[in-house]
Ligand binder design. Structure first.
Ligand SMILES: Cc1cc2nc3c(=O)[nH]c(=O)nc-3n(C[C@H](O)[C@H](O)[C@H](O)COP(=O)(O)OP(=O)(O)OC[C@H]3O[C@@H](n4cnc5c(N)ncnc54)[C@H](O)[C@@H]3O)c2cc1C
Length: 322
């Protein structure tokens, strides 16, 4: 028996979330005296694949003939790998590709699925119990899964990954799978060149308190100094002050960075739903009664137009002195 981890390799790169999923799979493998096999696809260098051993993989199966992200083809590929490896636990990342592949595979092989898990499973006989956030992150629930084959998808940024020097063996894996009835005609990347928001460890975000798009320079300057991604509240993207891929919250992207700095954002429940998994929250708001302060680790009652530039200055000084 092995733990099979699906690793997205869009553009030939293994995503950070996939590294976390492999590390997570390794924790399960250690508990069940098994090993981790990673399944990936496309044009990834052997060197990068061997390095997946750093995160806990023993073996990597790669299908180089599949180069496009087609749900039907990829879920058929994973099903073949489950058979070939005799996998009893399959791990995905709860990212856009994992969100479509895991349910497809679950239906295809009749395996129970818990999506968006945040804990290492407790194992009792054939059953596993895992936690996940519910009610927009206000509570967590425990789910028990007892089908023979179990599928888990891991919420990104839920675990601090540690690495070793171990390397994985790499094997080509090319069973015959159909091309699928759906075809990807065009894949257009949005999000520019910066750090992808779901993967960012540091995020500087701003809301309607910034008054207009012409003022975003002070947000960007702090983000640049910190090496952070930028985000915004929903009305800001609705008004086209910022692009939609920066909108975080219940209807936007859910993020869990180590540091979330929110300037001029009130902290409505729908906004908090997407950011309250952040490890440290810093809130800057002129209104001491702003709801966001209740969720903040550090709060600055002040004008974002004064506080953000001073924070940028402080980061610059700190970097110069260290
Ligand atoms: C179904 C539904 C889904 C939603 N989904 C989302 C979502 O995913 N994400 C999201 O963000 N919202 C979402 N919303 C909207 C949400 O309810 C709030 O309206 C929104 O988050 C408010 O954005 P804001 O805090 O930027 O603006 P405001 O509520 O206008 O708050 C601006 C804040 O800036 C402060 N401020 C003003 N001037 C300054 C200054 N100079 N310096 C510092 N602070 C200042 C004010 O005191 C105020 O607290 C959703 C709403 C609904 C109904």
């Amino acid at each position: 028996m092995s733990v099979l981890v699906f690793a997205d390799a869009r553009g030939g790169e293994i995503a950070k979330a996939a590294h976390e999923a492999i590390f997570y799979g390794k924790q399960i493998a250690d508990k069940t005296s098994s090993t981790v096999t990673v399944l990936t696809y496309g044009d990834v260098s052997n060197e990068n694949l061997e390095k997946l051993g750093n995160y806990g993989a023993s073996k990597v199966l790669v299908n180089r003939s599949i180069t496009e992200e087609n749900d039907q083809t990829l879920s058929a590929l994973v099903a073949e790998a489950v058979n070939a490896e005799g996998a009893r636990v399959i791990v995905f990342s709860f990212d856009p590709i994992g969100k479509v592949l895991a349910p497809r595979l679950s239906a295809k092989i009749e395996a129970g699925l818990v999506a968006g898990v945040t804990s290492i499973p407790e194992i009792e006989g054939n059953a596993m119990t895992v936690s996940k956030n519910v009610f927009s992150g206000k509570a967590f629930a425990k789910y028990r899964i007892n089908t023979e084959v179990k599928i888990l998808s891991l919420l990104p940024n839920s675990f601090q990954v540690s690495t070793t020097d171990a390397t994985a063996s790499v094997e080509e894996f090319a069973p015959s799978v159909s091309d699928g009835r759906l075809k990807v005609k065009e894949l257009r990347a949005v999000g520019g060149e910066g750090i992808p928001l779901p993967e960012a460890e540091l995020v500087v975000s701003a809301g309607r308190g910034l008054k207009g798009p012409e003022n975003w320079g002070i947000v960007q300057e702090l983000a640049d100094e910190l090496g952070a991604a930028t985000a915004c509240s929903r009305p800001v993207s609705d008004m086209d002050w910022r692009p939609h891929h920066e909108h975080v919250g219940q209807t936007g992207i859910a993020i869990r960075p180590n540091l979330y700095i929110a300037a001029g954002i009130s902290g409505a429940i729908q906004h908090l739903a997407g950011v309250n998994g952040s490890k440290t929250i810093v809130v800057i708001n002129t209104d001491p009664e702003a709801p966001f302060f209740k969720a903040a680790d550090y709060g600055v009652v002040g004008d974002a137009f004064e506080v953000l530039p001073r924070l940028t200055e402080a980061v610059k000084n700190f970097k110069a002195a260290n």
